[in-house]
Write a protein that binds this ligand. Structure first.
Ligand code: IPM
Ligand code: MG
Length: 352
């Protein structure tokens, strides 16, 4: 079981360290951890946010655990050299088109939500975000118009096969949950979204057991804070999924609690190859202070055990340990508590 450890920038190394401690206590047979450089950390030593050696190393693994990338000191670099290109490059190079972002309110944390507790309590949803296409990966550039104005432009598009495969991922996820799928688009304005809606509706014929509905993204954003309990699985494109998943995180209380899995089609002898990362960023403002909440990273490790190593029992044990620590008041500064990164890691390990 080879796992690539890509800690990255800012709080990435701090939170990843705790997730690694959790994996190591499980005594998994044949476990090998291999570290690689990504992000600004890689740029500093190798002049590239995703060095070829890192990419090749990740390809030789069964799964990758990713911390975070991003560093304001790199904002002036050409886009292809910025830290974010590490994660975008991995997603593209490894064909990781399906990004699973679960958001569930932990018992006892209802009061931490930006929403009223009785609304927050209802949240148990999964965002299935397309990760290889959309305006993220279209052609883009800066140009000067004929009358001398600077203009930035980004091409948004989806091909039908790209929509079809993520639609299948959404329907299958819904089958394993409460059989409800909401597809989110902006078909009242965008051709990209019209195709999206048409293809998702076609795929629905293969899943008669799943109830499908469509929402425009503005309405979806509004429903997510008005009545989030109505959602089971949300399937959406890359850009809308990026935005809605950050919004969902504050609905459950903290972005420091949300994990994610990025999956493609590659199967290993253990399960599906995947990249696992907290949905939060590098948080440069608190980096190096030991204050970051490692729970999202730890929960990402749980998702890795579930999807890439078919170890459901261990995944559930980790999730239960995190839930129990939260219920016992083990709260980081993101939840108004005083527990630091290592102390939260200790509390989870104790329960494991
Ligand atoms: C995320 C992040 C990334 C994204 C950034 C770091 C490129 O916000 O994983 O949600 O936009 O996908
Ligand atoms: Mg994001």
């Amino acid at each position: 079981m080879r796992i690539a450890i890509l800690a990255g920038d800012g709080i990435g190394p701090e939170v990843t360290r705790e997730a690694v401690r959790v994996i190591q206590t499980l005594d998994l047979p044949g476990l090998t951890l291999v570290e690689g450089d990504v992000g600004a950390a890689a740029y500093k030593t190798q002049r590239h946010p995703l060095p070829v050696e890192t990419l090749e190393m990740v390809k030789s693994c069964d799964a990758a655990l990713f911390g975070a990338v991003g560093d304001p000191a790199c904002d002036h670099l050409e886009r292809h050299l910025r830290p974010e290109q590490a994660v975008l490059g991995l997603r593209a190079e490894l064909g990781l088109f399906a990004n699973l972002r679960p958001a569930t309110t932990f018992a006892g944390l209802e009061g931490m939500s930006a929403l009223r507790p009785e609304i927050a309590r209802q949240i148990d949803l999964l965002i299935v975000r397309e990760l290889n296409g959309d305006v993220y990966f279209g052609e883009k550039g800066m140009r000067t118009t004929a009358d001398g104005r600077r203009e930035g432009w980004d091409m948004m598009s989806y091909a039908e096969d790209e929509v079809r495969r993520i639609a299948h991922a959404g329907f299958r996820a819904a089958q394993s949950r409460r059989q409800r799928l909401t597809s989110v688009d902006k078909a009242n304005v965008l051709e990209t979204s019209q195709l999206w809606r048409d293809v998702v509706s076609e795929v629905a014929a293969e899943y008669p057991d799943v109830t499908l509905d469509h929402l425009y993204v503005d309405n979806a954003a509004m429903q997510l804070v008005r009545a989030p309990g109505q959602f089971d699985v949300i399937v959406t494109g890359n850009l809308f999924g990026d935005i809605l998943s950050d919004q969902a995180s504050m609905c459950v209380g903290s972005i420091g609690l949300l994990a994610s899995a990025s999956l493609g089609n590659r199967q290993t002898q253990f399960g599906t190859f995947g990249l696992y990362e907290p949905i939060h960023g590098s948080a440069p403002d608190i980096a190096g202070q030991g204050r970051a909440n490692p729970m999202a990273a730890i929960l990402s490790a749980a998702m890795m055990l579930r999807h890439s190593f078919s170890r459901e029992a261990e995944a559930v044990r980790i999730e239960a340990a995190v839930a129990s620590a939260l219920a016992a008041g083990v709260h980081g500064s993101d939840l108004g508590g005083t527990f630091g990164t290592a102390a939260i890691g200790d509390a989870v390990l104790e329960r494991l």
